[in-house]
Design a protein around this ligand. Structure first.
Ligand code: PMP
Length: 306
């Protein structure tokens, strides 16, 4: 996906021109995947652009950095302010936001601790991740032959850059097989998540999603959907799933900041429910979009105005 450039990127405490935000080829993270990132969205609302669940994202960013032994010289508040300042400087109404913390230039070798910790925040206009049609009609997914990174290899609960080698291999394989997205199972055969999305099914009227302890990212969209589904009167359970439960589900959908709320209409060529975007998936998608666009006052607290 090409990146539409904007004017400024926040780099190590200051806004610099898009083309000036550069690193050395011996940057540690390029060689040893010593980094972590976030994916956040800013949406237009009646009171101007607002960042969805900014504090939760930046807290997860700090948690990821901590688990990778990287100490950021910025507080949670400073990071949130930096995100808002970057969106504002680029005069964007809606955008994707990519904070990245990484080990920079200065030392080589597996031990990252002598390489400096660097941080950037980039923003760019980014429409739907899997496409407008995907949001309305649903996508086709396939179970990956690659297993989800093990919690005992590197933690799936954090957004380490290294995790996305695993996600990328699964996604490429799925696309080669003619699917839109991959679903990864863990080593025990439990359903985990998509390459960049959490997964839910609807069965017997209940909304079910795998627990974080099965090795999934604690998605912030996942958390929002759990809340919205409960408010809409659905029973929501965090429960392990095996692949056959995807095939026999009444509905299935995926959630993520980039992907938003995407119905899944088939898995491994087997129709899920009617083989069309499910009614409950679309209902929850509508509730989600209302929140991100500031149309649900009960969840105004999820939005950080610039
Ligand atoms: N799982 C993975 C592997 C992801 O990369 C993402 C995207 N961050 C998600 C789930 C969804 O997380 P969130 O809703 O916080 O974007």
């Amino acid at each position: 996906m090409a990146i539409p450039s904007v004017d400024y990127i926040w780099q190590d405490g200051e806004l610099v021109g898009w083309d000036q935000a550069q690193v050395h080829v011996l940057t540690h993270a390029l060689h040893y995947a010593s980094g972590a990132f976030e994916g956040i969205r800013c949406y237009s609302t009646p009171s101007g652009p607002a960042v969805f669940r900014l504090v939760e994202h930046m807290q997860r960013f700090l948690d990821s950095a901590k688990m990778l032994y990287m100490e950021l010289p910025y507080s949670l508040d400073e990071l949130c302010d930096a995100v808002k300042a970057t969106v504002a400087a680029n005069k964007l109404q809606q955008c994707y936001i990519r904070p990245l913390v990484f080990r920079g230039y200065g030392s080589m070798g597996v031990d990252p601790l002598d390489a400096p910790v660097q941080c950037i925040i980039a923003v760019w206009p980014w429409d739907t991740y899997l496409g407008e049609e995907a949001l309305a009609q649903g996508v086709d997914v396939g179970i990956s032959s690659w297993r989800q990174r093990s919690a005992n290899a590197f933690p799936p609960q954090i957004k380490a850059t290294a995790s996305y080698l695993n996600s990328g291999l699964a996604h490429i394989e799925a696309v080669h097989h003619g699917y839109n997205e991959a679903i990864l199972l863990n080593e025990d055969g439990k359903v985990c998540e998509g390459s960049g999305e959490n997964i839910f099914i609807l069965k017997g009227g209940a909304v079910i999603t795998p627990p974080v302890s099965d090795g999934v990212l604690a998605g912030i969209t996942r958390d929002s959907i759990i809340t919205l589904a409960r408010e809409a009167g659905y029973e929501v359970r965090e429960e392990s799933l095996v692949r056959s439960q995807l095939y026999s589900a009444d509905e299935c959908f995926m959630t993520g900041t980039a992907a938003e709320v995407v119905p899944v209409r088939s898995c491994d060529g087997i129709k899920i429910g009617t083989g069309k975007a499910g009614a409950v998936a679309l209902e929850l998608q509508g509730l989600y979009f209302a929140c991100v666009h500031g149309e649900n006052p009960a969840h105004g607290g999820w939005l950080a105005q610039l």
